[in-house]
Design a binder for this molecule. Sequence first.
Ligand code: SAH
Length: 510
Amino acid sequence: MHTLNSFELFTDFLLTQGDEILSSPISGEIWKIRGVFHEFCKDDTYHIPTTYTDFIEYLQLFQDLSGRSLHFSAEFSLLSIHSINRPILTWINCISLRILHHRLLGKPLPVEDNDKRKEASSLFDLITEKQSEGPLELAKVARLLPRVLTNFIHKSSAKIILGKERAKLTTLNIPFPQVCNDSKHALMLASSGLNKREYASTSKQLAPEHVVHQRLHQSRNMLPVGIYQCSLNKIHFLPIYYNHTDVNLGDCSYLDTCHKMKTCRYLHYYTLNPTKPNLVLKQEEKRLDYTLGQCFTDSFRAITPPQWINCDVRYLPFSILGKFAAIISDPAWDIHMSLPYGTCKDDELLQLPMHELQDEGIIMLWVTGRSIEIGRKALLKWGYQISDEMIWIKLNQLRRTIVTGRTGHWLNHSKEHLLVGLKGDPSWLNLRIDTDVVVSNTRETSRKPDEFYDIIERLVGTHARKLEIFGRTHNTRPGWLTIGNQLQGVSLHEPEVKYNYDMYRSQNPN
Ligand code: SAH
């Protein structure tokens, strides 16, 4: 006969040593548990069943008494214990054990003291609370104060914190120099740094920045010290006096005729940035060993070189391209404006087989004016939910916001819109790193800022597959496949895509 006293000891043993019993090296094996229990009882061993069979019977009795508080990997009985697949202890119901313990001691159960409820400082603390019994119970969550719950919800998850840390390490911290407001500086730097012969012609080919800095360095003795020093620290916009420039017309806004001709008579400026520090990420900063979409280290797998296909996107079978984590598309919407390239009809754009390109991921779609509504419709039709909208605020050549945009019937447009669509449940995206506003210079007609590529790369990782539809040569980048009808030929590096494309071309030579 086993005394109640021995069960009290056994309950105590299970409650205090539970974790050790279940984990390696004991791993829930019955004969090992018996040995450890013997140790536990020390002087009280006369309570303990002596033989192995006794111990099994003892356990069976204990199961009856404790409301089957021990869970085994298989049916637990005297017979099964001798079979090949011996049952092992896999889980201990501590709540049942605690109730039994109190009963055996003849004490009432402790009442939950509401005033003294413990406040975990994070969800992690809550789940791993010392006295935690099994998985997070609903009752435990219900006990939480609304204030504590709100704090949990607002706390960034580990994934977001890690994502931000990685972005800090992998993103070049480009200095943001001030613009010099003294127009005398720009005039004097222009006369020393820009070569008259360069801009007497109409070619607009001016010397690169480092050459202008070299010239200024050589003629620094002729310049007031303050002005030379200023050229090293601040941005200066040097006026360029071409032979055809008419200063009385004022600054060129690049909005009217300028983009069509080489002899625009408005005043243009040369942007002279201060000499740049060496902007290269340190090798150890590149070698990060965590995260999604990011390879273990850059040395294990290089990023795919830029890839592109010159094609009419209306006829290219998208299925040959494979699936992408991110897509950016700047459709040639028919916006009833004169543009230096052909456009597509709304229906043609809506009919593109976009569903073939992504099972799960993010898409960014440039839209303007009336195409905002069509763009929204298109995204929904293609199976996306619209999750965000980003804007690009355009800066002119003097890095001021543009107030006389070339587009817009009623208001001058000085921003562009980018719809963001999500498909599936891309929980692998690195979230909450960038903002939805980019302030950046305008360049060639329709050319979008490079900042958007950086944002996408941070979102999906540099190693994830990325596609640009309606891209041009200056848009091609490592890790991206670009398609559009102004690209030069075809350049593919991924063997599957190359194979698919060659097959397609052999069947459709024209
Ligand atoms: N985002 C780009 C600009 C895109 S302009 C940038 O940053 O430079 C739209 C481009 O789509 C133009 O190059 C135009 O020639 C191209 N395009 C128009 N119709 C096309 C078609 N049917 N197939 C492929 N490209 C097309």
